[in-house]
Design a protein around this ligand. Sequence first.
Ligand SMILES: Nc1ncnc2c1ncn2[C@@H]1O[C@H](COP(=O)(O)OP(=O)(O)OP(=O)(O)O)[C@@H](O)[C@H]1O
Ligand SMILES: [Mg+2]
Length: 249
Amino acid sequence: MSALTIKLDRVSLKRGETEVFKNLSWEVRKGEHWFVMGNNGSGKTSLIDLIMGHLWPQKGKVVVLGETLGEVFLPQLRKRIGYVSPWIFNRMGSSVPVYNVVASGTDGSVGFWGNVPDPIYQQALAKLEFFHCADLAERAFGSLSSGQQFKVILARALINDPELFLLDEPFAQLDIGARMQAYDLIEKWAGLGHSPSIILVTHHLEDLTASYTKGLLIKDSRAVFKGSRNDLLTNAFFKKTFGITKKIF
Ligand SMILES: Nc1ncnc2c1ncn2[C@@H]1O[C@H](COP(=O)(O)OP(=O)(O)OP(=O)(O)O)[C@@H](O)[C@H]1O
Ligand SMILES: [Mg+2]
């Protein structure tokens, strides 16, 4: 199998009148942890949607986990990808039991249709235990606090131990303690030895824990920087992208 987890080859994407990407190329290798930053509306969510096959480029090629989008059965591919985004939180029915939400991660659906078979229930319970929240299994998803919901969505996203984990502003609702705990939980899972690639979209520098050694910075429909974290976070491009004049590094 290819050592590349993601390959975007000269991708152009238009949404309505907006040219979101023009000739964007980007490669993520197996096991790499990247953060993606850029100003509001620069295309970060669109990038994640391209990788998930929710959006199709007008030009260029997207290859994910060795499969070319357009030539692969997407539901099968999505079983190999973990995905957390505000969209997922909003789509979860508030009366759906937690075990059912987690079970739905096995086939990448939003909520599990019908009765959850016992082996999948046990799998869901094991993942909830891993994230220290098995006691929530029978509760309704909508009755949980934001921090509890986050852990459940994390368990759902990671139930298949995916090879690729996509996080689009996942920590938005969490207080600082819950954020720190979330970083630890993700690192604990990533440290299990299966070398997942992780892509984290965020606006917050404190989210960039040490394992995110690569960064992609997007502005004006172009990747203005892709490469090492240390180069990016001291780079003039970073301050220019966000119009920052004060010393931050
Ligand atoms: N459904 C849509 N129809 C038309 N244009 C859209 C649609 N969704 C997004 N866009 C436009 O595409 C561009 C990129 O949007 P996107 O949501 O990818 O940005 P983002 O970097 O994730 O922003 P944010 O930091 O605010 O989440 C924006 O100009 C946005 O207005
Ligand atoms: Mg976004």
